[in-house]
Write a protein of this length. Sequence first.
Length: 457
Amino acid sequence: MKPGMTSQQWLDVAVVGAGPAGLYAAEALLNQKDVAVRIHLIERLPVPFGLLRYGVAPDHQNIRAVRQNLAPLLVQPDLKFYGNIALGRDISVAELRASVDAVIYAYGAAGDRRLDIPGEALKGCAAATDFVAWYCGNPDACLGNFESALKVTKSVVVIGVGNVAIDVSRILAKSRAGLSHTEMPEHVLEALGNSAVTDIHVIGRRGPAQASFTTKELRELGELADADVFVDANDLQLDPVSAAAVAGNRALARNIDVLREWSQRKPTGKLKRIHLHFFLRPVALSGAESVTAIRFERTRIDDTGNCRGTGEHHQIEAQLVLRSIGFRGKHIEGLPFDVELNRIPNLEGRVLRDGRVACGEYVSGWIRRGPIGVLGTNKLDASESVAALLADAPALLAAKDGARTELDDLVRSRALRRCELPNWHAIDAAEKLLGQSRGRDRTIIHRLESLLEAGGA
Ligand code: NAP
């Protein structure tokens, strides 16, 4: 903001969500010179970075390091960070709308999808997103369940063949030595390092040509120090629909090449085994209180590339079943939500209410396009949403209400334990210190209360 400017000359923009989608939107707003903006970055958790901290696998340190590029945004004079403030819980959508000129909703898709099959409520069946939250040290994660489960689990079934399924399988297959350099909380490292797991079964309901993992992530499974990888060559025989898909797509062809090479490998006697299975559709989980096995129906690919049951069944014993079948966006009261498309309805980043563009409301990231795409997709998304906002800027400035309650006053009036920049810096320093005491760059503080205490909030 230039000295001497009045509030009538700048746009107050709230960005909801301090994950990659929100931070890229903030970056795009700060990097432009056409409109003066003041950004209010609101985050439900006490700390910034969203999936860069709580989603990207802890052993993918290069991707997690993107935080270092985005961290300077937080100290920009025209950006204010409000952590531990949840839209819909601490402030309503209507209140937020009334206290700023524009809002960019970029709060992601933190929910999980369900299989809707019998036995899903058994102990030992969980969402892969909960497992990811746990091993990344997200304060939302339930503590204790995975620690106990890993002590007695020999066989894990991971349902789904996307990159999240690959991440959780790789983390389960690594030894303590393979994870000790990461930022994982100490009790997570201990539980994973001492786990009884020997076999990890990764299950696709369709074939390898329909799997959504990417080759780079897939390959890593075949390079693990402590796990052999197995795939049945029969699953790699391509039906005409799959063969056509692979012939027209180099990324799919590379996946098939990797899988074919693995199907020829002989076991080398490593401590753990990862088994990739295809054409198995989950039917039911069995067990008394806890899951002991999961039953599948064998499938085949139909003319449209979807799967059809063949009536043949197959069972895999497992004490832990992780469903890794995608994320679900959250409906926040006061916002429209398209349940079918799993996102806020929008037209190129402008929120649609009852099919019409809503004034001053924008959306970016997973809650805009659904839970698909890699990190860089959020950057593209953000630049488009911010371009829409900037195009609307003259109208938004003209509609400014000089007598409104400022967001800062609104937040303070709620006497919340908010985490602003100094609080985040204190948490950051505490985590680095904790990490250094164990020979690592950082150890993530897991519990919400401990995070707030470390931040002095
Ligand atoms: P995803 O790629 O959409 O994979 C979901 C998997 O679940 C698919 O194999 C899907 O099979 C299967 N599935 C869905 N419903 C099912 C059901 N009822 N029964 C059995 N299987 C079912 O989702 P994701 O792995 O959660 O990843 C989300 C996004 O994050 C992706 O864009 C991913 O690339 C990205 N991501 C990237 C990285 C990375 O770059 N390293 C890491 C993690 C995540 P169908 O195809 O048959 O529906």
